[in-house]
Design a binder for this molecule. Sequence first.
Ligand SMILES: [Zn+2]
Length: 282
Amino acid sequence: MKHAKKLIILILVSSIIINLELRFVTDNNYVLLNLKVENEAFTSLQLDITPDSADRNAQRLGMSKGEIILIALMMNNYSVNDDILDKLDKRVCVRNKNRLMHFNGEEFEFYTNVIDSLIIDMEYFPVARSKTRKTWVEYEDSWGNERTYGGKRTHEGCDIMSEENKRGVMPVIAASGGTVTNLGWLELGGWRIGITSDNGIYYYYAHLDSYADNMAEGTKIRKGQLIGYMGDSGYSKVEGTVGKFNVHLHFGIYIYVDGKETALNPYYLLKNISNKILYYQY
Ligand SMILES: [Zn+2]
């Protein structure tokens, strides 16, 4: 009888210890995941979230949007949607934030900043819509798809295709404000504009048919400002080459990590603002 009691206590105590240990291990598993941008999973940025949900949950959890989204990404295999944000528990978030700050402080700060900046920067869908035309655009997640022109490479952006397939018709507008840091012909991108936001994120608009008036390097750009017209320029060393593919806007997003240019997947960020459309007359 005495032995049986001892045995029961022993089993109880060891099961508690095993349980604690397991919990500690599972917690650490995601906390210590590779918080590096070289991690292709991170760079594919699967953020399927509405601005409202990011606002609401950041307030509820008492953290910045970047912090809750980064923690949610790491806890959910780098894929986050509104539902996941709504279910985040405050205690778990605080614990994970503390651990991330402790183990990966600098990187945690850097990437929460990147996510916050992306959300603040991107306000308008980069193509303006017409009130009179029925045709619009279509786009899909083509991140990492194979491209062959100019050697084997992968697709580093999102192609927003014109349903009309007519160059020089659809207005391309600035998704985010900032300063024009690149303008002119590129073999791959054709006539392109690069705009760097005040938060240091680089937004790349390629294959344009023409530029809006007064576009030059150094020009300040407002969110939603007309920057050019959608086209099919590029895929040649010869400036002005058009027609090598269907009319579309190639939209890219780049950040700088230790001075190295690194592409992020714009697809979900575009999808999240797909109802933030400006109407132009055309
Ligand atoms: Zn493209």
